[in-house]
Design a protein around this ligand. Sequence first.
Ligand code: FES
Length: 109
Amino acid sequence: MTAFTEVADLAKVPPGERRRVEVNGELITLFNLDGELFAIYDRCPHKKTAPLVRGTLNGIGVKCPNHGYRFDLKTGKCDRGEEWNTRVYQVKTDNGKILIGPVINTTGG
Ligand code: FES
């Protein structure tokens, strides 16, 4: 993914909300934390199936609904070790739309 792709209306992901979108066949979950947007690869890298869209927010992180591994929404880092780090993406808004861009980190996933 090299360019930004429009994925949703900002009004549909207000503060406190989340939404899973698909970009080039990749499932990505958007989180709006008090007006700040984050985008993380949706599939937990532990078993590669659990959807992080159903995870529990924990600070600026999300805990997997299956075994509770926590992923930082800014860096993709996992609290259980770097082998579980995942991808996070650039995200921006433009004219009331949310756009997802290239991966921020390359730490795994
Ligand atoms: S599947 Fe996500 S922590 Fe195990």
